[in-house]
Design a protein around this ligand. Structure first.
Ligand code: ATP
Length: 347
């Protein structure tokens, strides 16, 4: 069992508060992604879990044991960084077995683990090659195999695929997901790439300004963002927002239309809808088309709705051009409402 519990963790660097009161439980064998823009505190949180950084306040527990006073090597953790430090003058075998030999494991155990993890990462045919002779993707596999060979309870990864080209990233993310599920390791994975997060995670913790804004499954984060930040960070293009003013009990005036919504005691809200949750209809929001981008599978149409930028993803066969006026109906069960004061979702 390697559940990770982060309890009331905060981190200050001098005057700068990098993390505010983080509370998060990562289940045994769960694949948790920490997602957020540059500087939001993802790496700092990861480094606190592994012990390379000390929390200013709070506790870290792994597998039911408090670990924040333990050295990184005593926490049962392996790490893979963006700049995977694979030794070029060692063979792939020696690289993968490096930590095992440091632990003075018997040579037949080293061989067993190296061969098993190399097989998992599909680099078993490269074991005798020098790592300096490998491609970036192969070196990345060696770094992951080396971490897995330690048979850690927990594996922590910080942007491990960011040095790879787009195609290799896509291949590796699918493979990594499979390998980690098979190895039954609890994984925490840092990225600023929402596609990587959506495709790999069991759960995503969306971070913003040193806080976790939402921790939920990818589909939950996508469909039911808990805050405006999540709605605008996840999804490409992001959610559309329009000002909404109360038009009576549970009725809202949005861009000249009256829509059903939550009861908010009369204070204004933000109406939000994803571009793919809009359809052409006879009744709906009036949208003046500014740009049409045919993207093959669909049309991305950028419009002006009541003076606001508004995007719709529409059927690629539609004949739409700049200057047209469309009537776009939001799919009612996909509409979200946010309180502009707190920026949080309103039920
Ligand atoms: P990126 O995706 O760019 O790596 P991140 O979300 O991982 O960003 P962190 O590296 O955790 O962000 O940094 C969070 C904040 O803390 C940043 O504003 C950073 O400048 C600051 N910070 C990180 N390490 C230190 C340090 N050793 N001293 C002072 N400030 C630091």
């Amino acid at each position: 069992m390697a559940e990770i519990q982060i309890k009331n963790v905060a981190k200050r660097f001098g005057e700068y508060q990098a993390l505010h009161d983080i509370n998060l439980t990562i289940d045994d064998q769960e694949f948790m992604v920490l997602l957020g823009a540059s500087g939001c505190g993802k790496t700092t949180l990861l480094r606190i879990i592994c012990g390379l950084e000390t929390a200013t306040t709070g506790e870290v527990w792994i597998g039911g044991r408090r670990v924040d006073h333990l050295a990184p090597k005593d926490r049962g953790i392996a790490m893979v960084f963006q700049n995977y430090a694979v030794f070029p003058h060692l063979t792939v075998f020696e690289n993968i077995g490096f930590g095992l030999r440091m632990q003075k494991l018997p040579e037949d155990e080293v061989k067993r683990r190296v061969e098993r993890t190399a097989g998992l990462m599909h680099i078993d045919m490269l074991l005798q090659r020098y790592s300096g002779e490998l491609s970036g993707g192969q070196r990345q596999r060696v770094a992951v195999a080396r971490a897995l060979a330690m048979e850690p309870d927990v594996i922590l990864m910080d942007e491990p695929l960011s040095n790879l080209d787009a195609l290799l990233r896509m291949e590796m993310r699918a493979e990594l997901k499979g390998v980690l599920a098979e190895s039954k390791t609890t994984a925490v994975y840092v990225t600023h790439d929402q596609v990587e997060a959506m495709s790999m995670a069991d759960r995503i913790s969306v971070m913003h300004k040193g806080k976790i804004v939402q921790a939920a499954s990818p589909i939950e984060v996508y469909r039911n963002p808990a805050a405006e930040f999540v709605a605008s960070f996840i999804g490409n293009p992001p959610m559309n927002f329009l000002d909404a003013t109360s038009a009576g009990d549970g009725k809202w005036q949005v861009a000249g239309k009256v829509l059903d919504g939550p009861k908010s005691g009369g204070k204004p809200l933000q109406f939000a809808i994803r571009p793919e949750d809009l359809q052409l209809a006879d009744d709906g929001l009036s949208a003046r088309v500014r740009i049409v981008e045919p993207l093959g599978a669909h049309l991305l149409v950028t419009c002006d709705v009541d003076g606001a930028l508004f995007r719709a993803v529409l059927d690629s066969d539609l004949a739409v051009k700049a200057g047209d006026t469309l009537t776009l109906a939001p799919q009612t069960d996909r509409v979200r409402w946010f309180d502009p004061g707190t920026t949080l979702a309103v039920a």
